[in-house]
Design a binder for this molecule. Structure first.
Ligand SMILES: NC(=O)c1ccc[n+]([C@@H]2O[C@H](COP(=O)([O-])OP(=O)(O)OC[C@H]3O[C@@H](n4cnc5c(N)ncnc54)[C@H](O)[C@@H]3O)[C@@H](O)[C@H]2O)c1
Length: 273
């Protein structure tokens, strides 16, 4: 049985859980919306692109699309209110919307890039948590999963602004986990490595990596990750199976982060254990 395939009579893992997913029009957000709906969740599919309409239509009655710019506080407030209006509550929030911004050495980056990348990748997560958690507090609990990046854990060349935003998401995750640990609200993050999604431009032409490009030197598992790998990790963290898990940054990266620290230790002669 593969991820997302019929579970042969096993209980649904998210039955009637009301879920908001940002960036649900593409890539990991789309995969997460479809997987969560297959596991019984009601999903609000939020995106700025317009693609959320097709994703919600594909899912059917369990999904509601909403046009949302996560960098806009009013939009985020409306997105959370939509979950409450349509389904009476909010149980799960997946803060997934994001983009990489221009790749360049730091001195060539601009203030405009800084503002736009940070307004979506970290301020958008702050807004989501602020209004999502406010809603969860009214009903006695919930789960937040933030989609971060390996670039927020290790350094990625030419990704300084993006990496700084994602490192901030990791800290928001850990601090908020402590703020609400006694209030039945769990806050965790998934830390993707290099995933074959809309963020990788070639994926528009090739839904799967073309032969020869699927291998990815530098990744211990030697291949790209798939959107469904992130959706599956988000499913675990959002579900009651992770009832005692909070403040975790879960790498889903083919061993990249741990391999990176191993390589660094090798290069410096430092012990790798
Ligand atoms: N693809 C990778 O290699 C990779 C690696 C690490 C982390 N990530 C992170 O994973 C998340 C999902 O990315 P993806 O790879 O699925 O990319 P994607 O481009 O396929 O999907 C991102 C979605 O977010 C939406 N979005 C962008 N800005 C938005 C905004 N202001 N408001 C609402 N929606 C907005 C886009 O329209 C798009 O549908 C992002 O946060 C990204 O930073 C991706």
């Amino acid at each position: 049985m593969g991820v997302g395939e019929p579970r042969g009579g096993l209980p649904l893992r998210l039955k009637n859980k009301v879920t908001v997913i940002t960036g649900a029009g593409s890539g990991m957000g789309k995969a997460t919306a479809k997987l969560f709906a297959a596991e019984g969740a009601k999903v609000i599919c939020a995106d700025i692109s317009g693609k959320q309409d097709a994703v919600a239509a594909e899912i059917g009655n369990a999904a509601v699309p909403i046009h949302t710019d996560v960098a806009n506080e009013g939009d985020v407030r409306k997105m959370i209110a939509t979950a409450e209006d349509k389904f009476g509550r909010l149980d799960i929030l997946i803060n997934n919307a994001g983009f990489g911004g221009p790749m360049a050495p730091l001195h060539e980056q601009t203030a405009e890039s800084w503002d736009r990348v940070h307004s979506v990748n970290i301020k958008g997560v702050f807004f989501g948590m602020k209004y999502g958690i406010t809603s969860m507090l009214k009903t006695g609990g919930g789960a937040v999963v933030n989609i971060s990046s390996a670039s927020g854990v290790v350094g990625w060349k030419h990704h300084s602004i993006y990496g700084a935003a994602k490192a901030g998401v990791n800290q928001l995750t850990k601090a908020a986990a402590l703020d609400y640990a006694g209030m039945n609200i769990r806050v965790n993050a998934v830390v993707p490595g290099t995933m074959w999604t809309g963020l990788v431009k070639m994926s528009e032409e090739f839904p799967e990596p073309p032969p020869g490009t699927f291998r990815l030197p530098g990744i211990p598992m030697d291949r790209w990750g798939r959107a469904i790998d992130i959706a599956a990790a988000a499913l675990f963290l959002a579900s009651d199976e992770a009832a005692y898990v909070t403040g975790v940054l879960l790498p889903v990266d083919g061993g990249y982060c741990i391999g990176f620290s191993g390589m660094a230790a090798e290069n410096t002669g430092a012990p790798s254990s």
